[in-house]
Ligand binder design. Structure first.
Ligand SMILES: [Zn+2]
Ligand SMILES: [Zn+2]
Ligand SMILES: [Zn+2]
Ligand SMILES: [Zn+2]
Length: 441
């Protein structure tokens, strides 16, 4: 058994040496002959060889030959080719006759043409593409309308095939809009237009008109403690239109921004723990404010810091600043405040704070007190919170509007205003000059 095996191995070795050593030159006899990755009909085609080209056969296995060939790019490659594509003799170069049409193409069927080698008589056949239909005149079978498409048909003059095409709908041809019911401030109106062709009617709403306001009436007066409410009667339809007058500034739970940050900073400066000074109104700010409210006899319900409560906080904060710092009103910071419009339930002032060469600073609050010479140390200070940066330099200024309920100025012959700013570098607090506004009755 062992002997037999040794003999077999030796035989295989000889065969291998023999095949690899005997490379035979062969010719491709079919055009576009397929070279595959392995000796299998289903194997991947890696190249196609032209008729008449030569290859080196390295090995033959059944109906397949393993060859070396030169590809289109001039590179030597290997692959498998079916033996039927190869011949040991070079094929002769065919001399083809002109193409002859053996079947004319029509619009229904493809044509055929062939040519023959004048030397060996080989004939090759090729298909000719179908001819195009020759459509006749179009006939409208369905007229398009405003809303529906139409159709037209035709017939091929040669094969009788029917063809059809859609005709786009025309769309309505509307006349002018006609007001059916005019709009008022109490009700929406209606208008319509009609198609001149099919009488289709299109209807559309007309927007309600704005009310014509009469004089405002105070329903709930605005205070530093709560929002107010006012109303007017429309002079046309008599309807009552109500409006809330917001108590500003006020803060609610979950509010974010600079004003929240200022409140956190002031409470921290007064020794209350607000947690991180992050400008977000959360639970810690509420509990810090509650503690402050208890210590200062201020009414406070968690979740909403009203203007009156901000006034109390700012007053306490101003009082906590050492006298030598805040008493030294700075001539470089000049505040002016002028009334905006007629006084009513609400007093509005346009203010301008000018920084004339003072350091860069941030406006923290504008304080308002009754009287021409208010010292801003009492509890009756009204705080109008700000949080805008004011940079150093001549006539660099900030401006805005603040509104207070008329009740906050009740009984006063004049109002005084001061701006509180924080020096961006040193963190010191400064007060501007006092702007005085004499009340006109
Ligand atoms: Zn030929
Ligand atoms: Zn046809
Ligand atoms: Zn129409
Ligand atoms: Zn009205």
């Amino acid at each position: 058994m062992k002997k037999l095996l040794t003999a077999l191995v030796a035989l295989l070795l000889i065969a291998a040496v023999a095949t690899s050593a005997l490379a035979v030159k062969m010719y491709v006899i079919n055009d576009q002959a397929k070279v595959r990755k392995s000796n299998n009909k289903k194997a991947e085609v890696i190249s196609r060889l032209p008729e008449g080209g030569s290859v080196e056969v390295l090995q033959t296995e059944g109906n397949w030959s393993y060859i070396e060939y030169v590809n289109k790019k001039g590179k030597k490659r290997n692959g498998w080719i079916a033996n039927k594509n190869l011949s040991s003799t070079a094929p002769h170069k065919h001399t083809w006759s002109d193409w002859r049409i053996t079947r004319q193409p029509t619009c229904a069927k493809t044509g055929l043409k062939e040519h023959t080698c004048t030397t060996c008589g080989t004939t090759k056949t090729k298909e000719i593409e179908k001819a195009k239909h020759q459509w006749g005149k179009w006939t409208v079978t369905k007229k398009p309308t405003c809303a529906a498409p139409g159709e037209k048909v035709t017939t091929c003059k040669k094969c009788g095939k029917k063809g059809s095409k859609k005709i786009e709908k025309t769309g309505h041809t509307y006349g002018e809009w006609v007001v059916e019911k005019p709009a008022t401030c109490a009700e929406k109106g209606v208008r319509s237009r009609t198609c001149k062709v099919c009488n289709n009617k299109e209807t559309e709403e007309i927007e309600q008109l704005a009310h014509t306001p009469g004089a405002w009436t105070t329903l709930v007066p605005l205070t530093r403690e709560a929002d107010g409410e006012r109303a007017y009667k429309c002079t046309v339809c008599g309807m009552e239109v109500r409006e809330t007058v917001k108590a500003e500034p006020s803060l609610a739970r979950k509010d974010k921004g600079e004003l929240v940050k200022t409140v956190q900073t002031m409470l921290s400066a007064l020794g209350y723990n607000t947690g991180k000074v992050d400008g977000i109104y959360g639970g810690k700010l509420d509990s810090a404010f509650s503690q402050f409210a208890r210590d200062n006899d201020v009414v406070f319900a968690e979740g909403w810091i009203k203007p009156a409560q901000l006034d109390a906080l700012v007053s306490a904060w101003v009082r906590s600043i050492p006298e030598e710092k805040w008493m030294g009103a700075n001539d470089s910071l000049v505040l002016t405040a002028d009334p905006d419009g007629k006084p009513g339930d609400v007093l509005s002032f346009n203010w301008i704070l000018t920084n004339d060469g003072f350091d860069d600073c941030t406006l923290k609050a504008v304080l308002m007190g009754k009287g021409a010479d208010h010292d801003f140390r009492g509890d009756d200070v009204v705080a109008l919170m700000g949080d805008e940066a004011l940079k150093a330099g001549t006539a660099n200024s900030l401006g805005g509007t603040f509104s207070i309920p008329a009740t906050a100025a009740e009984g006063a012959d004049a109002l005084s205003f001061r701006a509180v700013v924080e020096n961006d570098k040193t963190g010191e607090t400064w007060l501007s000059n006092a702007a005085v506004y004499k009340m006109v009755s």
